[in-house]
Write a protein that binds this ligand. Structure first.
Ligand code: NA7
Length: 542
């Protein structure tokens, strides 16, 4: 199937719903609206389906969630016919999966590709959204449904002089489809978040020299990626129902059991043993299957930090490099915990160098490289793995105007206000899948649950003759406060001092406010259902 627009019909139209985005949420939304028989149109800025997995084509890109749960669960048949090859599927494999889903459920026909939605204005008189897309079309729609993802508006810090760089540069989340030939090149990677941590080992062997510019060291647990055994490949098919249930009952929507022990309560030997086992299992196993108290007890968290630092010291041969790579002064888990593959080992290679830019920042991109306050460097290629304007950025980069022309970006300038991530007062019938203040947890599960909620809500409105839905101002103020309180009751909020995107702290000028819910995806799903069962409590229906 090609990446071209499959649907050239409907140039200027009136529809029941506009869907923005064709990633995990947008595709499932299209499937559900199709089932409901709604007249709708989808717009996707990218050249094809896939969302995140269309854009993030950088070397080494793969999930940090196990493949068995990084998938839809709405169709047993779909699960039965798809077989993952690795524990953590690569970008190419997830994209192939989403392309398969799009074809299998005939979803491409609804989307206009290569077409970003730029603006949407609510017209009170007609109770319609006027949705302007980059191709100049205006679509009138009753519902405006965003499925734009949590981490999809790239953040390129405003480095002076970038336009004068004579080599090639790319942001990781806008990696060209044809790739970038890095063979034998002098390459810089700026950023050591989850993305930089995947890129660095993936390119180290092919480049001539690799220089990593690190501002904050991260606690990197090995992913322990490998090919799946046949038995493991069968697991999601064989245990479809129980796995589906299990992820919905876990606070991070993952197939883990709570370990039932605290790091603070066990002996030093026992602690080491548990950490070693969890380290060997890899990735999120370390945080979620070792001890229950790592995110809430400072001493327990420090045990985990010590363990990771000891691993860094064991692996990294040069002690000064090991020290630079060792995070200190902030809790494990208060920045999004990354998973690596040979991450620390890569720094033992003679062609890989690390530069600490925490106190000697990058001040300028020069025609031949970059300059920190104290030193200049020459490069052929610069890779910016500098993250995203997370949670709100993907929504507010669209100029959305509610009642009386109120701008959503302006409304959220001190932090997002939504009821359960779905809706914000003053913007009737704007409904957001995985919207700001919804949980940060296994995304496909959150996509499914939030889309189900939205489509059930539309059905309810149809059946009961309601014209609009929007959050009440009280409910969204209470929810934002609750989201903040929950994060501050754990160690998570401390990531703010090391620029976590959880708190909007990674973007210059962005309000520091917790923008994702850490009270548990399971708790969140239950709250959404309870509100719906109570006739959409916390929302005004007209
Ligand atoms: P992240 O996790 O936001 O990481 C961005 C990295 O870029 C991080 O190391 C930043 O350092 C660094 N950065 C940002 N601006 C600068 C400047 N000006 N100078 C030097 N370094 C800078 O983004 P990722 O793409 O890695 O991951 C995002 C999410 O995608 C991840 O959480 C997963 O959920 C998937 P800092 O730490 O701010 O000091």
């Amino acid at each position: 199937m090609s990446d071209q627009n499959q649907n050239e019909k409907d140039t200027s139209s009136t529809v029941d719903a506009v869907v923005i985005g064709a990633g995990f949420s947008g595709l499932y939304l299209a499937h559900k609206l199709q089932e409901l028989g709604l007249n709708f149109r989808g717009f996707e800025a990218g050249p094809g389906v896939g969302g995140t997995w269309q854009w993030n084509r950088y070397p080494g890109a793969r999930t940090d969630s196990l493949s068995k749960i990084y998938a839809y669960t709405f169709s047993k048949e779909l699960t039965a016919e798809w077989t993952w090859t690795e524990r953590y599927p690569s970008q190419a494999e997830v994209l192939a999966y989403l392309e398969h889903v799009a074809d299998r459920f005939d979803l491409r026909q609804h989307f206009t590709f290569n077409t970003a939605v730029e603006r949407a204005d609510y017209d009170e008189e007609s109770n319609e959204w006027l949705v302007q897309s980059a191709n100049g079309e205006v679509t009138r729609s009753r519902f405006l449904l965003t499925a734009v993802g949590l981490l999809s508006a790239p953040n390129l810090p405003p480095f002076k002089g970038i336009e004068q760089f004579r080599g090639k540069w790319a942001h990781s989340a806008r990696w060209p489809k044809e790739g970038i030939d890095l063979t034998g090149k002098k390459v810089a990677v700026v950023g050591t978040g989850s993305t930089g941590i995947q890129i660095i080992p993936a390119i180290a062997d092919s480049v001539a020299e690799l220089t990593v510019f690190q501002r904050t060291p991260n606690y990197v647990v090995p992913a322990q990626n490998r090919l799946l055994t046949t038995e493991e490949q069968e697991e999601p098919k064989k245990h479809f129902e129980s796995l589906k249930r299990q992820v919905r009952e876990h606070p991070f929507a993952m197939a883990f059991e709570a370990p039932g022990r605290n790091a603070i309560d066990v002996s030093e030997d026992e602690r080491q043993k548990v950490f070693e086992e969890a380290w060997d299992k890899g990735g999120f196993h370390f945080l979620f299957e070792s001890f229950d108290d790592l995110s809430v007890n400072r001493e327990s968290n420090e045990y985990a930090c010590d363990f990771i630092r000891s691993k860094i010291a064991d692996v990294v041969e040069d002690s000064a490099t090991a020290e630079l790579l060792s995070p200190r002064g902030y809790p494990y888990g208060s920045k999004r915990p990354p998973a690596g593959t040979n991450y620390y080992e890569t720094f033992n290679k003679p062609n890989v160098h690390i530069v600490d830019v925490s106190s000697d920042p990058i001040v300028e991109i020069t025609p031949t490289g970059l300059r920190t306050t104290s030193e200049s460097f020459d490069f052929d290629t610069i890779i910016f793995a500098t993250g995203f304007d997370a949670s709100t950025g993907s929504v507010t980069r669209i100029d959305i105007r509610g009642r009386s022309g109120e701008s959503l970006a302006e409304k959220w300038k001190h932090g997002p206000l939504t009821n359960l991530g779905y809706s914000t007062a003053g913007f009737p019938n704007l409904l957001m899948a995985t919207g700001p203040l919804s949980p940060f947890a296994n995304i496909p599960t959150c996509s499914e649950e939030t889309v189900d909620w939205i489509v059930d809500c539309i059905k309810y409105m149809q059946e009961n003759g309601h014209a609009t839905i929007e959050s009440t101002p009280n409910a969204e103020a209470e929810w934002a406060e609750h989201v903040s309180d929950v994060a501050h009751q754990s160690l998570t909020a401390e990531g703010e001092k090391v620029n976590t995107w959880f708190a909007g702290a990674n973007i210059e000028g962005k309000a520091h406010a917790i923008n994702v819910y850490f009270g548990g995806a399971n708790d969140y799903f239950a709250r959404g259902r309870a509100s719906a069962d109570a006739g959409y409590k916390g929302f005004t229906l007209t």
